[in-house]
Design a protein. Structure first.
Length: 123
């Protein structure tokens, strides 16, 4: 199953990216800064040694489409939730055939979040 990931931030900056994802420089506020130009299953997640500044200082929205629930994807989402201090919403969209919604809800909602105001939404 192909997956598409995007992270938005309100400030102009370049982000460190997950291995295999395309780097993109922001030119305007609230634009997508992480996008997979060739959607595919995430084959690897290497946790960074340090938390990217844009993640803990300004990330406000996370939108993950076609979430499959594979360990690499789950670990990436959990890492973002754990370190994004200003995250307001995290929207996870799965293919109904790939991930049972209850299992996805249970796994991700039990993970710790840096932002107490973060709303975790599932579609």
């Amino acid at each position: 199953m192909n997956s598409r990931r995007s992270i938005t931030t309100p400030r102009n900056q370049v982000t460190h990216t997950v291995r295999g994802l395309h780097r993109q420089t922001l030119k305007q506020p609230s634009r997508t800064i992480l996008k997979n130009p060739r959607p595919r299953v995430m084959d690897e997640w290497n946790q960074p040694n340090t938390v990217p500044e844009c993640l803990f200082s300004s990330l406000q929205r996370l939108s993950w489409s076609e979430y499959t629930g594979e360990p690499q994807e789950r670990d990436t989402v959990v890492y973002i939730l754990k370190h994004a201090l200003h995250l307001k919403t995290a929207t996870i969209k799965s293919s109904e055939l790939e991930v049972p919604k209850f299992e996805m809800l249970k796994e991700l909602s039990l993970s710790s979040r840096a932002s107490a105001a973060c709303q975790l939404m599932f579609e």
